[in-house]
Design a protein around this ligand. Structure first.
Ligand SMILES: [Fe+2]
Length: 311
């Protein structure tokens, strides 16, 4: 993986003009040898009232009465694992549109992970978690899990145990090359060098705080070790390039299914009032841009697969 190829996919000027002046950039920024800003980008924004609406929507999804706080439900939810949340794509579409409503004039990205998932992080390390492919308790960058380099990671804290949160490392640009010596991995690896000496960046982790960070940012989950507790968040990715522009590299649906590209959709329009409509509009946009080729057929197949999952 060449660093320069990855850098070219990031529209640095857009970050400069749109993000820096409107949002709170809390991290030191890194530049490559050509002077391009490439890494260690973390933006914090308090979503304010928008986060209240998001939390109400999340309660609907996990069947919690609207007048109950997420905190009171921790015990019931976090003493079982895994948690099954019904996949109601119409509700999940609402969640996406709520999120996008906070960015109406800031088109910082071209595509979004759909559906946005509600994530829970247990306060204690779940049993066997280290045997999973991507244990977030290992210091990592998301590219090692196969994420495209042009992503931004969005983490929105909703509630629960805020002592269980993400720790961001203050990277020095000189370590970037080291990070990329490790191939895009099939699983998170213990990194070759010990970067634990790197300073932790501030993370106040209050409900309603959103952190956006790029795919080069080293991060790790810190758990509080409290019993039967956990944190709720929205944890999803945004793509700063057209995800369909990569599809032609793959010959079959099975092949592209092994990548992370299928989960990125164009941003939904507010006229999409159901998952069915959102899917139709997506196919229409793809058809207008690419015609009926692999981009169209792969998405069509993935939509059919999603409908099978819906409850
Ligand atoms: Fe991660």
């Amino acid at each position: 993986m060449s660093i320069n190829n990855n850098i070219n996919r990031i529209d640095v000027n857009r970050y400069e003009t749109d993000i820096s002046y409107r949002l709170d950039v809390i991290s030191q920024l890194a530049y490559n040898e050509n002077g391009l800003k490439v890494s260690n980008l973390i933006i914090k924004k308090n979503l304010g009232k928008l986060s209240d609406k998001i939390i109400s929507n999340v309660k609907r999804q996990i069947d919690i009465p609207l007048n109950e706080s997420l905190k009171n439900y921790q015990k019931q939810i976090f003493n079982v694992f895994p948690i099954n949340i019904p996949k109601n794509f119409d509700l999940l579409l609402k969640l996406e549109q709520l999120f996008l409503s906070g960015f109406s004039s800031e088109h910082l990205f071209d595509a979004i992970e759909f559906p946005i998932a509600v994530r829970t992080a247990h306060s204690e390390l779940p049993k066997e978690y280290f045997n999973s492919k991507y244990p977030t308790d290992l210091l990592h960058i998301d590219i090692w899990a196969g994420e495209p380099s042009s992503i931004l990671n969005a983490l929105i804290y909703l509630g629960g145990d805020m002592d269980t949160h993400c720790v961001f490392k203050n990277q020095d640009p000189s370590i970037l090359k080291d990070l990329f010596k490790i191939d895009s991995a099939e699983s998170y690896k213990q990194i070759h060098h010990d970067y634990s000496y790197l300073e932790n960046l501030p993370n106040t982790a209050s409900p309603g705080d959103m952190y956006l960070f790029d795919s080069y940012q080293l991060h790790v989950t810190k758990r509080s070790n409290k019993l039967n507790r956990g944190r709720y968040s929205l944890d999803f990715r945004l793509c700063t390039t057209d995800p369909y522009s990569y599809y032609s590299k793959y010959k079959t649906y099975e092949e592209i299914s092994k990548t992370r590209y299928l989960k990125y959709w164009y941003l939904s329009s507010s006229s999409a009032n159901s998952f069915q409509k959102r899917a139709e509009l997506e196919l229409q946009t793809i058809n207008d841009k690419y015609g009926k080729f692999c981009e169209y057929y792969f998405r069509e197949q993935s939509i059919a697969d999603m409908f099978k999952l819906e409850i």
